[in-house]
Design a protein around this ligand. Sequence first.
Ligand code: FEO
Length: 163
Amino acid sequence: MINKATEKSINEQINAELFSFYLYLAMSTHFQHANFGGFARWMRAQAQEEMSHAMKFIDYVHDRGGAVALAAIEQPKGEWPSAQAAFEAAYAHEKSITKRINTLMDKAVAAKDHATANFLQWFVKEQVEEEAALDPIVARLQAIGDHPGALYYLDHELGKRGA
Ligand code: FEO
């Protein structure tokens, strides 16, 4: 049985994952509108991953006999001044999610909640991958600057990401 404090923390994380879904969906539609189909596809795949993260937490709460409480999802921004700005915002967002996961893990360890700590290991590893995926994209966009040819090339490259 999950304890009430952990149940509350995980419910907050479910909301954070759903906001992540919403944020990347907003970025995807923004890029679609701006005719960057590759960036849009990459962000849509990212949004779908976030939805799967929310579902993992939901399933875990149920598996441990807890109750899921869904709260309102914050409205994300709808546009960004450049692809670089959007991907920098995505990278910053992932760093904030990593912090949240680490705090959840700290609490689970402090509470000697081995099941939750074991469950969270998957997310610890996932956050390494999330940050590692965004870091080089941000670096490339910073190097590209205003060069349209290079920007469209990167758009094409990122469009190869499977959903
Ligand atoms: Fe679910 Fe991108 O963290």
